[in-house]
Design a binder for this molecule. Sequence first.
Ligand code: ATP
Length: 442
Amino acid sequence: MAATMEKVVSLCRRRGFLFQSSEIYGGINACYDYGPMGVELKRNIRDLWWESMVRARENIVGIDAAILMHPKVWEASGHVEGFTDPLVDCRVCKMRFREDEIDPEKRKDGRCPHCGNKNALTDARQFNLMFKTHMGPVEESASIIYLRPETAQGIYVNYKNVLDSSRLKIPFGIAQIGKAFRNEITPGNFIFRTREFEQMEMQFFVKPGTDAEAFEYWKEQRMKWYFQLGINREKLRLHEHGSEELAHYARAAFDIEYEFPMGWKELEGVHNRTDFDLSRHQEFSGKDLTYFDDSTRERFVPYIIETSAGVDRTVLTCLIDGYEEEKLEKETRTVLHLNPKIAPVKAAVFPLVNRDGMPEIARKIADDLMRRFNVFFDASGAVGRRYRRQDEIGTPFCITIDSQTLEDDTVTIRNRDTMIQDRAGIRNLLQIIGDRIRTESE
Ligand code: ATP
């Protein structure tokens, strides 16, 4: 049986993937804490992204910008203007208005100032998407500062620093993983939409005119990344933004969507942002952000292709996609079919019984494997139950020390998905587990 959101939420809580934030105080809406298993899964996902987007590419580098930025950044980006107005929508013509700009008389009967339909306006929604706070001890308007609602701006404002301090030439990219905060009006669906979340973003700087080609390339590359993560291909699709969805500055935009239990939803955005961002920062900062192309002697403001993914949404996708309640002959087992590369625990080590020197051998094996992998040692309960506990958290391999080990220094290795066991020598375990993680991840 496939996953429902309730089942995944329950597993996450039971097995230490995710807890509600400040739970002992009754929790705080739409904020979650990663537990011991969740934090490993999340780290592994981040690492995999970094590996494929930064380390494996000569023309992409990383940065780690501060969350707090100069308030002018958010003016230049359009967030101050676009995210803080009391907005009303017209249900008929879909136009949007600032509530304080509509004639209060008309507002009374909900008349749309554009199409004139009565009772057409929705209630006002305060789009305080940016969290505001103050810097320094005095709370005055000059000290207002925002928690960043996206990591992208940290990249744009550092574009020149990176360019001047490296030998990169266009086309090149800058990547960043970090927290972002949005005072979402409708958070929900577990960690799908929260007010504090993490993004993995890459901004690729290209010469205008080559943007369409780069856009196609990144669309494909990013889909491939999810395939490599082992996500069911049939549950992934690309959705193109129509003209009504497209941001005013964007030339083209696609969402990579996954079929969550609540329907097809965005997992990542791939956007052609044109020269909007750098032009705006150039205008607001007064700094020259043009690029000089040595080979053609041309100067231009680069276009930007953005790939913007959510770490938490990827975690949720992996959990939902991997969850299975599998009917066996006598029982049902819950198993998380996580790609071994992102599984929180790579191998569990069990002594079959707690005597005859088996626990000591198991301990030694666990200590040895721990040098390279996250390993779990478990000597309590029937071995079948120990396997089930590992299946539930997605541990790909269970190593058991039994009476044959005492005779020939071999152990059993059980595969999570097939439940097949084979024997291998203790001496080569580090190598064998490493190889199997690699081959089973492909
Ligand atoms: P949505 O339409 O779902 O609100 P968005 O179009 O506002 O998303 P972007 O600004 O493109 O999202 O952000 C890029 C990525 O960051 C999203 O694809 C998603 O994975 C992640 N993300 C955005 N907002 C949230 C949130 N509130 N909680 C968790 N992840 C988020």
